[in-house]
Ligand binder design. Structure first.
Ligand SMILES: [Fe+2]
Length: 347
């Protein structure tokens, strides 16, 4: 909780002003401010505080005080108070101009307008600023230097992925690419297998597009929902992912262009693992030979999540597999926790 001006001086000022207001000794603006203060005080919640703004410092204190004392949700109060504290500090640090403020407002409006059922510009921007990755690391590690097999959800997960048998292919329409066989193992933190877990898989085609972005792919191409077996494993066939450009037609793309940042994500496989009793894990396993591993515009690549995609040039495990083909084995570690599912960014 933050008290402005120590909670003492404003009360004295206010009391003095209040006594004089009926005598018409204050300008209209000051009179309105005093009436506002009286209204606030009548709630009984902000006795002794003032919202008559004196200067920059006291403005921040006044807003923080309102954030800290309004409503009855302590967590919401904590978040809003801290948001105001850092937002005001940022504005002061860069000395934000009125024009720059207007431009910022315009960009936020545009981001909302650029969202639809198949595209989420806000998630794209959060990733481009490293916010998504920071939220992920904070919520999936025990300390600031801890690592995890969790990663970004990204903007393309769909909650209605078709149930698929282990060993099946998720290539549902003619899609060029080198064959890839994946075996994932899911364990708890002690290394015990996690059986009967739901595992959602999704990735882009080699043209850089997810199926819902591409009329050339059938519905749910390169997506599948598996279940871990008695060894905690799931396995399937697909094609080796390739890096792809993030959409640059919107506000996030304009940011990257202005900063002269490259906009291709390194190749990756998306995975979501859900099992009651464990924290739902959302992650991506990155392709180890991708030249952009060290330059991801979404800041998603961690050391732990660089997968060992092994190239094979001998005959493949199925008659229709041509060399080269690829094999990925990866172990995902779940933490005990809430199995709540994320909200799908798109339908
Ligand atoms: Fe992706």
């Amino acid at each position: 909780m933050t008290c402005i001006n120590g909670g003492q001086q404003p009360a004295v000022i206010f009391m003095g002003a209040s006594q004089d207001i009926s005598q018409g000794r204050f300008a209209p603006a000051a009179r309105r401010a005093i009436v506002l203060q009286q209204t606030i005080d009548e709630t009984g919640k902000r006795q002794g505080q003032t919202m008559i703004i004196k200067n920059q410092t006291q403005l921040t204190q006044a807003v923080m005080h309102v954030m800290a004392t309004s409503g009855d949700d302590p967590r919401f109060q904590e978040i809003m108070t801290s948001l105001v504290k850092h937002l005001h500090a940022f504005i002061k640090e860069v000395k934000l101009t009125e024009r720059e403020f207007q431009m910022g407002v315009e960009q936020i409006i545009k981001m909302g307008q650029q969202c639809n059922d198949a595209h989420n510009e806000v998630v794209l921007m959060a990733g481009s600023l490293g916010v998504s990755q920071l939220v992920c690391l904070i919520n999936n590690t025990d300390d600031v230097d801890g690592d995890t097999t969790a990663n970004l959800l990204g903007p393309f997960w769909r909650d209605n992925t078709p149930v698929t048998e282990n060993g099946a292919s998720i290539v549902r329409s003619d899609t060029p690419g080198e064959a890839m066989f994946v075996t994932g193992t899911v364990t708890d933190e002690a290394g015990n297998p996690v059986t009967d877990a739901r595992v959602d898989i999704w990735h882009s085609a080699t043209n850089g597009l997810y199926e819902q972005q591409d009329p050339g792919q059938v519905e749910m191409n390169l997506r599948g929902m598996f279940k871990t077996d008695s060894k905690g494993q799931f396995y399937f066939r697909s094609i080796k992912p390739e890096g792809y450009p993030i959409p640059v037609e919107g506000v996030a793309g304009q940011l990257l262009k202005r900063q002269r940042r490259q906009h291709f994500r390194p190749a990756h496989l998306h995975v979501l693992i859900n099992k009651p009793g464990f924290k739902t894990q959302v992650t991506q396993v990155y392709v180890n030979d991708d030249p952009r591993l060290n330059n991801d515009p979404q800041f998603g690549v961690t050391e732990r999540l660089v997968g060992n995609y092994v190239r094979h040039d001998e005959p493949g495990p199925a008659a229709d597999v041509k060399a080269p083909w690829w094999k990925l084995d990866y172990t995902f570690v779940l933490r005990k926790g809430d199995a709540a599912m994320p909200r799908p960014p798109i339908k």
